[in-house]
Design a protein around this ligand. Structure first.
Ligand SMILES: Cc1cc2nc3c(=O)[nH]c(=O)nc-3n(C[C@H](O)[C@H](O)[C@H](O)COP(=O)(O)OP(=O)(O)OC[C@H]3O[C@@H](n4cnc5c(N)ncnc54)[C@H](O)[C@@H]3O)c2cc1C
Length: 480
């Protein structure tokens, strides 16, 4: 802490925008992951120039700088494991331009996803990535993480909505990337490099994003299955049949139990539920797509089928899925819901096998795990429910995580579909990307030679983070 000249930072961003008391620092020491580490100081810039000046101060002194949006990242991306200056983007939250003629919007990085969509709605357009955390997640955090959501099967992940951005580099230089046009083929796509960089290559200070028209019709369907495998086969057939769908979500039996218990929704106690949606400007087109999905579900022994165009009814049907994460946190007294291996992607044909594997691995390793996810984009979510106060449970969880990722790799899947790598998923990420780690390190060195941008993450995160980093929980040494 003594390394930072707090007075100098106050001169740059204003005294009221610098926090260094213990209580504030504690809040910025964690995100939505299991990790914890105190920063030395927090700054809240209002302008790009202030960001540049903080970087110009930090870079020659080799002080770590960790960009932070809402801190909703689930893998410890915004946790300052090497200490340093947390740069909170709460105050850079202006929508700078809504350009209806050229169909783009320019925003500061601290704009919250839902706030952007509220501003776009009167114009009948929307910014589509929509992670489940859209109520709090910021555009800067979404880009740095390549977030996605339930409708990404049709509208893509965040990377598919980006036209350009402005980035402050480690030395304080400001660079403009991309363009305001829909296509661009002018050399290296460096804006793409910033996507998923988790704050390790540059600080995003502005983004130009495209938006799309809000569809006039949306129809949501639900089907229940007594066998997980049947639901998996329905997923495979839907995805290979050429249907234009906007959502396909799976919930397994533990997920169903969790929402019933927490919300009293009265969902049937079946092995799996699939929710599917089509949207569009013409009702006839939407009808065709949802009915085709319904037929495929029936063919694979789906029952209890319902369809609804009504917005209220759709919200009711979807409420269990929407509130699943908080429901899982209340599943078992004394247990917490951890995001340790929580968002892998596997080929469509392997979704059912993946879900079954998750259950087997949970049983073998003495933890509770659930399988749910955005099956339309191949993303399978799990959560590990465990007693975080027991050291042995962390060892159980570690083994379970290792087994999950070994399976994911064996079927050609990937470590993270949308939640990013940060600290928790770094060991699996390093195993998966072992051939490109040196290239990543070379890129990092070229852009950030003093290694001040969010150090100790991705390829530089510890291999055994359970022992090498601090956890948010007080862990007792006794056995199971
Ligand atoms: C209940 C819940 C549900 C979720 N559902 C989803 C989901 O459906 N889909 C999904 O993709 N994710 C989901 N997430 C994870 C998370 O919300 C997203 O990854 C989100 O994009 C993170 O945004 P944030 O503003 O909170 O970023 P933070 O957590 O603050 O930061 C994330 C990373 O971005 C970097 N960063 C932040 N701002 C900048 C900037 N201006 N410049 C450079 N780097 C920056 C940080 O350094 C960090 O590495 C969920 C999280 C929760 C808690």
């Amino acid at each position: 802490m003594g390394l930072v000249d707090v007075q100098r930072l106050k001169e740059i961003v204003g005294a009221e925008n610098v926090k260094d008391d213990k209580a504030d620092l504690y809040v910025y020491g964690s995100d939505s992951s299991v990790h914890q580490a105190m920063p030395w100081v927090v700054v809240r810039p209002h302008t790009t120039e202030e960001v540049q000046n903080v970087m110009r101060y930090a870079n020659p002194r080799m002080l770590p700088v960790i960009a932070r949006g809402a801190g909703s990242g689930m893998s410890g991306q915004a946790v300052p494991i090497k200490g340093g200056i947390v740069m909170d983007f709460k105050k850079m939250n202006k929508i700078l331009e809504i350009n209806l003629e050229d169909t783009f919007v320019r925003v500061e990085p601290g704009v919250v996803d839902d706030d952007l969509n509220r501003a776009l709605k009167p114009h009948n357009v929307f910014y589509p990535p929509a992670p489940a955390s859209s109520r709090i997640a910021t555009i800067g955090g979404e880009i740095a993480n390549n977030a996605s959501g339930v409708r990404s099967v049709k509208y893509g992940a965040v990377r598919d909505s980006i036209l350009g951005m402005k980035v402050v580099m480690a030395n304080g230089d400001l660079i403009h990337l991309g363009a305001k046009t829909r296509v661009e083929a002018t050399g290296y796509q460096i804006d793409r490099l910033m996507v998923g960089s988790e704050g390790t290559l540059g600080i995003i200070v502005e983004a130009t994003l495209k938006f799309v028209p809000i569809p006039k019709f949306r129809c949501l369907g639900i089907a229940k299955f007594n066998e997980l495998e049947d639901a998996g086969n329905a997923i495979s057939e839907i995805m290979s049949s050429g249907i234009i769908l906007s959502m396909l979500e799976l919930m397994d039996n533990i997920a169903i139990k969790a929402v019933n218990q927490a919300l009293d929704l009265g969902l049937p106690d079946v092995e799996a539920i699939l929710m599917f949606e089509a949207d569009g400007m013409a009702k006839e087109g939407v009808d065709i797509e949802v009915k085709r999905m319904m037929e495929i579900c029936k063919k694979h022994k789906g029952f209890g089928l319902e369809l609804s165009y009504d917005a209220k009814e759709r919200t009711r049907i979807f409420s269990g899925r929407k509130k699943l994460f908080p429901s899982l946190s209340r599943y078992k007294e004394g247990y917490v819901c951890t995001s340790l291996a929580d968002d892998m992607a596997v080929p469509y044909s392997k979704m059912a096998e993946m879900a079954k594997k998750i259950h087997e691995i949970a049983k073998r390793n003495n933890v509770i795990m659930t399988a749910y996810g955005h099956c339309g984009s191949g993303c399978m979510h799990t959560k590990i429910l465990m007693d975080p106060t027991k050291k042995s449970q962390w060892e159980d969880a570690k083994r379970a995580v290792f087994e999950i990722y070994s399976f994911v790799r064996s079927v050609g899947g990937t470590t993270s579909a949308e939640h990013g790598i940060g600290i928790s998923k770094a060991p699996a990420f390093k195993r998966e990307k072992h051939e490109s780690l040196e290239l990543m390190r070379a890129l990092k060195k070229a852009l950030d030679p003093n290694n001040i941008l969010n150090p100790g993450k991705l390829m530089d995160a510890p291999d055994d983070w359970v022992t090498a980093t601090k956890l948010r929980y007080t862990v007792k040494l006794e056995g199971k």
